[in-house]
Design a protein around this ligand. Structure first.
Ligand code: GLU
Length: 550
């Protein structure tokens, strides 16, 4: 009996690998085009790291007229969660990171290199496993879990490297005849790779991000096909990225140490290995220490968090690009009008060690991103968010024309307002601009410097009777507040006041503060002139009256 007989008994129906090699020809792409993928497992809520991976992969594919595809790695069926695949697809959609190929719903896909779901590729993996068995490069292993435990215990006791390798690989040299007998007797088995590697030899690898690394060769006879007939990650990675024509594997650096094994598998299967770029883990600073951002501890680790609190996808992507290529921030500052698609991302400029993910910084980026939006965009995105998460806000924004004016305050100019970081901030940010909200609330009107009640009432009355005119331009409007200040014995200029503080009760800025607080109930607001323009005479009058009642 020869290896071929063993292979036929294990995988009687598997096709010859030439079938798949022909079915999935090399891609016809222009020189330099990169083919990249994101390959998440539907085993839990989508992590922000997956968004990061997808962003980088899609960006590079786009930049080079290549292909970005989504592969679902669902070979660990015990850990799969309900709706896991859909969640991945929806996340990519929410971040505007749809793949060119791959799964587009739980059951449908597009592209000529599928199936893009590993559980549907069983026969492909088996064909290649059969090929390896025929060559004597893979073999069935009949070890029970107890036997494996026993091997490990012996290794531990003897203080030697654990694993299934060399002399410890019990079925590595098992005669083919005996293996066939066991299979025919119905014994359970898995398929292992017969490693030709040696632990005392080293393998060099040039990673695009990590640079030159070298590791001991892999000598472990790792499992390639599990007892359920599905492949392990390692085997599936090699087969899939070969057949799907991946040119660059971008993946988290937790896989870096598997490179010796993967290169070995590519080599033994006669495939050309892709280039690898292992991206640094997203870290969070926690009491001065850096640790992996974790779904268990950090809400921001979940990709869904950003939709929930209403951080625009663009802001998240801009922030992630910052983390990826630190030159992005500067580029964006100098190219405000350009879209992120125009930035050229460079894998080899990524930091080698961990990338710090900082929510405060992200929110700052988001403020800038939102400050560049038009009032209409802010309105539409806020409405979309409010429909899902905040019925009160939805109600508040019912009057679109008025809301556009409110959201348009200090927007579209050179220094646009930067006070909204997320859609869930909008309500607190603008509710005072709506009479129904403003008059519902009790305000405590802390006028700061000017505290005399009769002075305050006089400022408000005089302003309304003598100085306010809704048709004034901004300069006239401000000149009038100065006049009002002068008339009441306050310095018309802050400078004058500072030069001669004894001569005045306070200055024009303090008078403005009275107007502002009476008008809005707040000490900090955007431009008061614009606020008055939006509120209009009736509302201003009523607001001053309310303030005087107190
Ligand atoms: N399914 C693997 C993971 O989620 C993919 C790693 C890879 O991109 O190759 O970690």
């Amino acid at each position: 009996m020869v290896y071929k007989d063993l292979a036929d008994i294990i995988f009687p129906n598997a096709k010859d690998i030439s079938y798949y090699e022909e079915k999935y020809p090399s891609r016809n792409l222009k020189e330099g085009a990169m083919v990249l993928r994101v390959a998440p497992s539907p085993t839990g809520n989508v992590h922000i790291g997956t968004v990061y991976q997808a962003l980088i992969a899609k960006k590079l594919a786009k930049q080079t007229d290549g292909v970005f595809f989504l592969r679902i790695e669902d070979t660990d069926q015990k850990r799969e969660i309900d709706g896991g695949i859909l969640q991945i697809i929806d996340t990519l959609k929410n971040f505007d990171l749809e793949p060119d190929e791959g799964m587009i719903s739980e059951t449908e896909e597009k592209g000529a290199y599928g199936p893009y779901k590993q559980s549907q590729r069983k026969e492909i993996y088996q064909a290649y496993a059969k090929y390896l068995i025929e060559q004597g490069k893979a073999y069935p292993c009949f070890c029970t879990p107890e036997e494996l435990d026993e091997i490990r215990a012996k290794q531990e006791a003897a203080k030697i490297r654990p694993g299934y390798y060399g002399v410890w690989a019990k079925y590595r040299t098992f005669p083919v005849e005996d293996a066939v007998k066991k299979i025919q007797a119905g014994e359970q088995y898995i398929v292992r790779f017969k490693s030709q590697g040696r632990e005392d030899r080293r393998i060099k690898h040039k990673d695009i991000i990590k640079g030159n690394v070298d590791f001991p060769e892999n000598d472990q006879d790792i499992v390639i096909i599990k007892s359920d007939g599905l492949p392990t990650y390692h085997f599936a990675h090699v087969i899939d990225d070969h057949l799907m024509g991946t040119t660059h594997v971008t993946r988290g650096d937790e896989w870096l140490s598997s490179v010796p094994l993967h290169l070995q598998l590519f080599y033994e299967l006669g495939f050309k290995a892709p280039k690898y770029a292992h991206t640094p883990t997203l870290l969070k600073s926690d009491n001065g220490n850096k640790r992996k951002i974790s779904k268990r501890k950090d809400p921001e680790a979940a990709a869904s968090y950003y939709q929930e609190v209403g951080i625009p996808s663009l802001a998240v992507k801009e922030y992630l690009l910052n983390i990826g290529n630190s030159s992005f921030e500067n580029w964006k500052r100098q190219n405000k009008e350009k879209t992120i698609d125009e930035f050229e991302f460079q894998l080899n400029k990524m930091s080698v060690s961990g990338a710090l993910f900082d929510m405060v910084k992200l929110l700052d980026v988001s403020k800038i991103v939102i400050s560049r939006f038009s009032a209409e965009e802010v309105y539409e995105q806020t409405i979309a968010w409010a429909k899902k998460y905040d019925a009160e806000l939805l109600k508040l924004l019912e009057n679109k024309d008025y809301s556009l004016k409110v959201l348009g305050i200090e927007r579209g100019n050179k220094k646009p307002r930067k006070d909204i970081a997320k859609w869930s901030d909008v309500k607190d940010n603008i509710d005072y601009m709506y009479d129904e909200e403003f008059f519902k609330k009790a305000h405590n009107y802390e006028y700061q410097v000017i505290s005399d009640k009769s002075d305050i009432d006089k400022i408000l009355t005089l302003y309304m009777e003598k100085y306010y005119n809704e048709n004034d331009d901004k300069q006239t409007w401000f000149d009038k507040i100065k006049e009002l200040a002068g008339e009441m014995g306050y310095a018309k200029e802050v400078k004058e006041f500072k030069a001669n503080p004894e001569a005045y009760k306070a200055h024009v800025g303090d008078v403005s503060t009275v107007l502002r607080i009476a008008l809005t109930g707040r000490a900090n607001t955007p431009d008061m002139y614009e606020i008055m323009q939006v509120l209009g005479k009736e509302s201003i009058k009523k607001r001053f009256e309310k303030a005087m009642e107190k």
